[in-house]
Write a protein that binds this ligand. Structure first.
Ligand SMILES: NCc1[nH]cc(CCC(=O)O)c1CC(=O)O
Length: 337
């Protein structure tokens, strides 16, 4: 039997996630070999791919895709939230694994929660989505960029450089560091990134060896796929006309006629002062439609006007022009946080 070559980045989280998939395949009797791929992102120690901005393929993603194209590997495992919403030619998103808890968490000094941190405390995150949503809580926290892998970031709390950092619970769960968490953030306050907590498996499209595709398809989890497809449709639709940070979460809930999707989403100005927050529900087999319609509704409610101009003072970022959120007729949908 042929060996399946699984490409992985070398960070602890990436190796753990790749090993998880390798073990699932080995449990089915397949032979799997991990192949280490060094990405530009690893070399430069970049730690957060931008969550907004349409054409930025994550640095972590491209190196693995290059290795797939070059037939150096047969499959690659990514954190789904690092994958751009537009497809890559010749690459197929062949499986989405059952999702971990998708919520964001706080790792703070002295076991504190966000609300217990005194005003002026330093919170580390480089994600515009997290920055905007934490600022929107109005706690007077000072938010600063942070780099490095999960271990490095937690270390910066231990060393006192930061009072707290914001991380994905899923990453900590996978590397067995959940005991560091001092608060799990309720999605009512902080919505996660589209696809957060889900692992994606990619292979070459129309791989000459159709068996590879078939083997990998067996890993796919239909409810997770529906949920993340709805979230990614929210992001893809908003990206067309809106550069604002976006959080979204789709839950599979029990509806009147069986399971259905319940999708929440928020788009915010970077300073968190303005937001459009809506939810929608619909059938699992129309996940993309549910997400797209939710995003279209958000655009109609002013999500496209939340853009911060980085050249202006952050406090002045949203201009008060006709049709802007401030003057939109349905002001109740746009909160001054
Ligand atoms: N931004 C990088 C990244 N990409 C995926 C995860 C965590 C694992 C996941 O969301 O599946 C992380 C770390 C973090 O945000 O804390």
């Amino acid at each position: 039997m042929r060996t399946l070559r699984l490409g992985t980045r070398r960070s602890q989280l990436a190796v753990t996630q790749s090993t998880l998939v390798a073990e699932m395949l080995r449990a089915q009797g397949h032979i799997v070999e991990l192949v280490e791929i060094v990405s530009e992102g690893d070399r430069t120690q970049a730690s957060n791919t931008p969550l907004t901005g349409a054409n930025s393929t994550g640095v972590f993603v491209s190196a693995l895709r290059d290795a797939l194209h070059a037939k150096e590997i047969d499959l690659a495992v990514h954190s789904l939230k690092d994958l751009p919403t537009y497809p890559e030619e010749g690459i197929e998103l062949v499986a989405i694994l059952p999702r971990e808890d998708p919520r964001d968490v706080i790792v703070a000094r002295d076991g504190l929660t966000l609300g217990e941190l005194p005003p002026g405390s330093r919170v580390g995150t480089g994600s515009p989505r997290r920055v905007a949503q934490i600022k929107a809580l109005g706690l007077g926290l000072e938010i600063a960029g942070i780099r490095g892998n999960v271990d490095t970031r937690i270390g910066k709390v231990r060393s006192g450089e930061f009072d707290a950092v914001v991380l994905a619970r899923a990453g900590l769960a996978r590397i067995d560091r959940l005991d560091e968490v001092t608060e799990v953030l309720d999605p009512i306050q902080v919505l996660p990134a589209p696809g957060q907590g889900a692992l994606a498996v990619e292979c070459r499209e129309g791989d000459a060896d159709a068996d590879v595709r078939k083997i990998l398809t067996s890993l796919d989890d239909a409810p997770t796929r529906a949920a993340v497809e709805a979230e990614r449709a929210v992001l893809a639709t908003l990206e067309g006309g809106c550069a604002a940070p976006i959080g979204t979460l789709a839950d599979v809930v029990e509806g009147e006629e069986g399971p259905e999707l319940w999708v929440r989403a928020v788009a915010l100005s970077l300073d968190g002062s303005l937001s459009v927050r809506l939810s929608a529900s619909g059938p699992l087999d129309d996940a993309v439609g549910v997400g797209r319609r939710l995003a279209e509704e958000m655009l109609a409610e002013g999500a496209a006007d939340l853009t911060d101009d980085p050249t202006t003072d952050p406090g002045q970022a949203v201009m008060d022009t006709g049709g802007s959120p401030q003057t939109a007729p349905e002001q109740d949908k746009v909160h001054n946080a």
